[in-house]
Design a protein around this ligand. Structure first.
Ligand SMILES: [Zn+2]
Length: 348
């Protein structure tokens, strides 16, 4: 009996001792993820209480970044509450999980989407800002290292890299002509022909796809599919050209047009040259050069243009677009435009 009392007493002593040595653990109050710039995702983990950099350890493996924070509790942040992934970061982050993994340890796992193959992460602590009513924050910046599968083994020796993006593919046929010709087949055939011609002209060519496949995966969102195409471009790519066919409910609609992102000066020059060369083929109405916020253009790291080779919904143009001869001419037009882009010197 006495022994039991003594044990209880010493346990109480130990507990009292622990409480005085360890300060109250910090508590998480919210997690916010957003895109800082094209290459960086920022994750802000706000908390109340004291945290030291030495409390925090992180580990990046494949698509997962894990933070273990000692002397911290999830507080009111849970799997379902208090985590906000802004739309700009949603194309890169699959989910964020928060768990209490030990008595005084919280783990935060950030699952990136597969396109985010690997990353570098850095973090720092920012004190609370009372005037802005902001809690202290653990600020994590994750720099994207783009998936390297397509160019890591390639031996680029100073040649300019042209990225060709055959529109659609796999589960997405794109537009379909009156006799059943698919946009995805035309865009691929023309891009493969252009690859040959560009390679002969001394360029390195990276294709976002070379067969009839979805680039990300079937059934993913448009943004995920299109980002996967953007990510196929090596960091030192010189130009990004997306190849499409136009479509309209009225089969009489016809002609060629090229696009660039609204404020892109170099992209506009590329679109203009592509338009001139495509229009020069003759026979097709020239609908001109237009600005638009197409995903692959606004997200490309290099000058980009999207071209509409003609209207696949127009019976006459469908026939042209499906013909090997005309596809070869289109490929030559693309190659001529790229040559002019670099040979004319200067970038406007
Ligand atoms: Zn298209």
């Amino acid at each position: 009996m006495l022994k039991k009392i003594l044990t209880c007493f010493s346990l109480l002593l130990v507990l009292t001792f622990s409480a005085t040595v360890y300060a109250k653990p910090a508590e998480l109050t919210g997690i916010n993820a957003f895109e800082l710039d094209n290459e960086t995702v920022r994750i802000e983990i706000s908390y109340r209480g004291q945290l030291d950099a030495s409390d925090i350890s992180s580990e990046f493996s494949l698509e997962n970044l894990r933070f273990d924070i000692d002397n911290a509790l999830p507080g009111r942040v849970s799997r379902i509450a208090g985590i906000e992934i802004e739309s700009s970061a949603k194309k890169l982050i699959e989910k964020i999980l928060v768990n209490k993994t030990k008595e005084r340890r919280t783990s935060i796992q950030i699952h990136f989407k597969p396109i985010f193959k690997n990353g570098n992460s850095t973090f720092h602590l920012e004190p609370a800002d009372r005037s802005a009513k902001k809690d202290a924050r653990l600020v994590v910046d994750v720099k994207k290292i783009v998936a390297q599968d397509d160019w890591s083994t390639a031996n680029f020796s100073g040649e300019k890299i042209i990225v060709l993006d055959p529109g659609h593919g796999g589960s997405d046929a794109g537009a379909i002509g009156p006799t059943g010709v698919t946009e995805k087949s035309v865009s691929l055939a023309v891009s493969l022909k252009a690859r040959n011609l560009l390679t002969q002209s001394g360029y390195q060519v990276v294709m976002t796809r070379t067969t009839d496949v979805d680039v990300a995966a079937p059934g993913v969102s448009d943004a995920t599919e299109l980002q996967a195409r953007v990510d196929k471009a090596p960091p030192n790519a010189a130009l990004f050209i997306s190849v499409h066919c136009n479509a309209f409910s009225n089969g009489k609609a016809n002609g060629v047009e090229t696009y660039h992102a609204p404020t892109a000066v170099k992209g506009a020059r590329l679109a203009r040259l592509l338009n001139e060369e495509l229009a020069r083929l003759g026979g097709l109405n020239n609908r001109g050069v237009k600005a638009a916020r197409f995903y692959v253009m606004t997200h490309s790291q290099c000058p980009a243009s999207l071209i509409e080779l003609g209207f696949i919904t127009n019976p006459r143009e469908e026939k042209l677009l499906a013909s090997d001869d005309y596809q070869q001419k289109l490929a030559q037009a693309i190659t001529n435009a790229v040559n002019r882009y670099f040979n004319q010197g200067g970038f406007d």
